[in-house]
Design a protein around this ligand. Structure first.
Ligand code: NDP
Ligand code: HSE
Length: 436
């Protein structure tokens, strides 16, 4: 049988990894797919740039539309990123009746509803395993392996760059910006790294995971998003003294009243497996009603781990070339006409436990004022640490762990605490999850 011709858009970190893995494992891949899979065309901004990949036999162009409009190209792999030119190219590919594989979470999270509808009309597939958690096959797992379950919640470390930064800060005391630079050099970070450190990339991924887990439309704008830029070395140390690790988590929970979608730094008991996932590694815990808790672990970013997911999608697409569109696995796991519009809960209605770090003047009565405010808001304290001032007479850090409370009560308590004259800085609030 003739090999399947692939047009590749983007020859950067993931594009390069995809060329390498497809060439290196060509015969194994062909044995699995039933046909060879060959990159015949590729686009990059600078086609004269020196690359450490073997581009023999690939027709290069700087015009992505020349690839998606070429009648010889049967499957388009989009690895440019962003949701401007990438969206136009993917729309054009679908209009041309070509299947698409992409690693682009921003594109899927923001425009997936539109793209999947068009793909369904045109009878083509959009595969996006690499868009979430790099090399971990979490999309396939949720869509197929756990299809018998009602998913109750999932929580994951789903940004490799952020986890790399927090791990290096904790284990080696390294500086945030220095580690971020290294993550960029290693090809982990997004083109705009604020997407990684401000939680936007994780929010894109959580949008996708939640849609597939719960059978809801993609709703990126409703994800509560906080990044890791405010985490200090002190917070990491205090959390450790209390028996916790700080991890940047994406959390989606299904309640009777609606769905929680939130991305933020989280204290996790250090005994949990996921609390010990370090470096660029990602991990996702999925709790299904039948299977119970399951944990999926692997590299969350990088050339070949991500290429592993891109190539697996290509194999799936090739295997499905001869199936009727209505017999394929639905893009969002549930049949397109069976998605439900469950409400996404506003953050004020989310209940959790909290870590608070206060900076206060070192004088009598401060702690009494703080605990009075918390008790008036109905907030129970589980633990308090007061750190000696570095220099006698200077401000002190007070660290509190609370019991579960609604976010709106905590918002009110924090506003009142910050208004105290003796509190000299904004309160640092982190959420705590036991994931039990
Ligand atoms: P890179 O920046 O390394 O690569 C982007 C590629 O796109 C480059 O080859 C660039 O060309 C090319 N390009 C940019 N604009 C155009 C254009 N207008 N026309 C044609 N080609 C263009 O990105 P990554 O490989 O890191 O990421 C690609 C996608 O994969 C993104 O969606 C990202 O979010 C996702 N992803 C990345 C992971 C990672 O570990 N890096 C992991 C999982 C997903 P040139 O080389 O000439 O500049
Ligand atoms: N920038 C992303 C990360 C790439 O660090 O996780 C993988 O999606």
């Amino acid at each position: 049988m003739e090999p399947v011709n692939v047009g590749l858009l983007g020859l950067g970190t993931v594009g390069g990894g995809t060329v390498t893995v497809l060439k290196r494992n060509a015969s194994e891949i062909a044995r699995r797919a039933g046909r060879g899979i060959v990159i015949t065309h590729a686009a990059a901004r600078d086609i004269h740039s020196k690359r450490k990949i073997n581009l023999d036999g690939i027709k290069l162009t700087a015009d992505g539309f020349a690839v998606v409009n070429d009648p010889q190209v049967q499957v388009v792999v989009e690895l440019i990123g962003g949701d401007t030119i990438a969206r136009e190219l993917v729309l054009q590919a679908i209009q041309n009746g070509k299947h698409v594989v992409t690693a682009n979470k921003a594109l899927i999270a923001k425009h997936g509803n539109e793209l999947f509808a068009l793909a369904q009309q045109r009878g083509v597939m959009i595969a996006f395993e690499a868009a979430v958690a790099g090399g971990i096959p979490i999309i396939k797992t949720l869509r197929e392996g756990l299809a018998g379950n009602r998913i109750e919640w999932l929580a994951g470390i789903i940004n490799g760059t952020g986890n790399f930064i927090l791990s290096e800060m904790r284990s080696k005391g390294r500086d945030f910006h220095d580690v971020l630079k290294e993550a960029q050099h290693l090809g982990y970070a997004e083109a705009d790294p604020t997407f990684d450190v401000e939680g936007i990339d994780a929010a894109h991924k959580l949008t996708i995971l939640a849609a597939i887990a719960f059978g809801i439309p993609l709703q990126f704008s409703k994800v509560y998003t906080e990044g890791i830029t405010r985490i200090s070395a002190d917070d990491i140390r205090y959390a450790e003294e209390l028996g916790y690790r700080i991890k940047h988590l994406g959390i989606a929970k299904h309640h009777d009243k609606g769905i929680e979608l939130r991305v933020h730094p989280t204290l996790i008991p250090e005994s949990r497996l996921i609390a010990n996932v370090d470096g660029v590694m990602n991990a996702v815990v999925v709790k299904g009603d039948a299977v119970g808790p399951t944990l999926f672990y692997g590299a969350g970013a990088g050339a070949e781990p991500t290429a592993s997911a891109v190539v697996a999608d290509l194999v799936d697409v090739v295997r499905a070339l001869t199936t009727d569109p209505e017999n394929r696995v639905p893009h969002l796991a549930f049949q397109a006409d069976a998605l439900v519009n469950a409400p996404i809960l506003p953050m004020r209605h989310v209940e959790t436990t909290y870590y608070l770090r206060l900076k206060a003047q070192d004088r009598i009565g401060v702690l009494a004022d703080v605990t009075r405010i918390l008790s008036e808001q109905g907030i129970n304290i589980e633990a308090i640490l007061q750190k000696e001032p570095a220099v006698p007479g200077s401000d002190v850090h007070i660290i509190l762990l609370t019991h579960r409370v609604l976010e709106k009560h905590m918002d009110e308590a924090i506003a009142r605490i910050e208004a105290l004259e003796s509190i000299t800085d904004d309160v640092m609030r982190l959420r705590v999850e036991t994931l039990s």
